[in-house]
Design a protein around this ligand. Structure first.
Ligand SMILES: Nc1ncnc2c1ncn2[C@@H]1O[C@H](COP(=O)(O)OP(=O)(O)O)[C@@H](O)[C@H]1O
Ligand SMILES: [Mg+2]
Length: 298
């Protein structure tokens, strides 16, 4: 039976959903942590070792999680994913897409460069420059958001509302990522998550946060939402700008009704979205990976 590696340290609900979808297509999925992989650059034999794939490397790799760690550890994990692709093994999303999107500074840069609407953002090394920028924004009447460069699920995100908040402005390992706060349209707080697969927006939901932080992991509730063309095109273009096979795109509709891109996730969760949409997301992902990179079922 052909084998797929699902790269994860914590398979959980998503791992199970993917395994079932792969099984439905006749593939065995094996969970594999990047922490247990290694490179062997020494003569004959496979140059990448992965637990569960001792006799043959996988037919394809589905990346569900890249662990954090030191710069060396993260570079090594990406080396393994780059290496697998170099060996001709499909990696979904590949290391390049993950590199571009795991770094919020590069995500913002690429979105802006592609001519897509995103919130004004500054990525700075110098604390004085960060403080100056923040003061200018506050003076101009804007709140600011400070985010860790490598973050997810709303972790470490702060809102700066007044000059006294600047006292605790901290960098994330030496880098300040500051973004103008986008005031959302309507009552309360909400943003939009659009799921894109192979250049098509397949589902969307509105996330309503208990505060301005609208991550499901922070208690936001999920509501079904119909996709309009503008939203779909924007999410698809953002996904293309980050070179991803599939993505979870975060968008805020601002007080004037304009859509503003916030983030493009290359390893998005879809449990919340699945609870409010009819598209079977795991099956759609698995079918896209197999059909485009391995070939349709015989
Ligand atoms: N510039 C912003 N203006 C308003 N809200 C924001 C802004 N940036 C982030 N948020 C809120 O914080 C949440 C998390 O931010 P995001 O950049 O998506 O990081 P994470 O990777 O932690 O999800 C967003 O879903 C949104 O609700
Ligand atoms: Mg997000």
């Amino acid at each position: 039976m052909p084998k797929i590696a699902i790269i994860t340290d914590d398979p959980g609900w998503h791992g199970k959903q993917l395994s079932l979808a792969f099984a439905a297509r006749g593939y065995q999925a094996v969970y594999c942590s990047l922490t247990e992989c290694s490179l062997h650059v020494c003569g004959p034999g496979t140059p990448i070792r992965m637990p569960g794939f001792e006799t043959a490397l996988p037919d394809a790799v589905f990346v569900r999680g890249v662990p954090g760690g030191s710069l060396e550890e993260v570079v090594f994990y990406l080396d393994v994913l780059h290496g697998l692709k170099t060996l001709g093994i499909p990696v979904y999303n590949d290391a390049r897409a993950i590199e571009l999107s795991v770094d919020k500074g590069m995500t913002s840069f690429r979105l802006q460069h592609a001519g897509l609407p995103t919130a004004p953002t500054w990525v700075l090394r110098d604390r004085e420059a960060a403080l100056r920028t923040a003061r200018q924004q506050l003076d101009a009447g804007h709140y600011l958001i400070s985010k860790p460069l490598f973050g997810s699920q709303g972790e470490g995100i702060r809102r700066i509302e007044k000059s006294t908040d600047l006292m605790w402005l901290t960098s994330s390992n030496g880098i300040y990522y500051l973004q103008r706060f986008v005031v959302c349209k309507g009552q309360g707080f909400s943003d939009i998550r659009v799921f894109v697969i192979n250049g098509r927006a397949v589902a969307a939901m509105r996330r309503r946060g208990i505060s301005w932080l609208n991550n499901v992991a922070r208690g936001a509730s999920c509501e079904a939402m119909a996709l309009d063309d503008e939203l779909a095109v924007l999410a698809v273009r953002a996904t293309a700008a980050l070179q991803m096979d599939y993505a979870g795109v975060d968008i805020i509709q601002d007080a004037q009704g304009r859509y503003v891109l916030i983030e493009v996730n290359s390893v998005p969760a879809w449990k919340g979205l699945q609870s409010v949409c009819s598209v079977e997301i795991a099956a759609a992902l698995v079918n896209d990976l197999l059909d485009r990179y391995i070939g349709p079922p015989c």
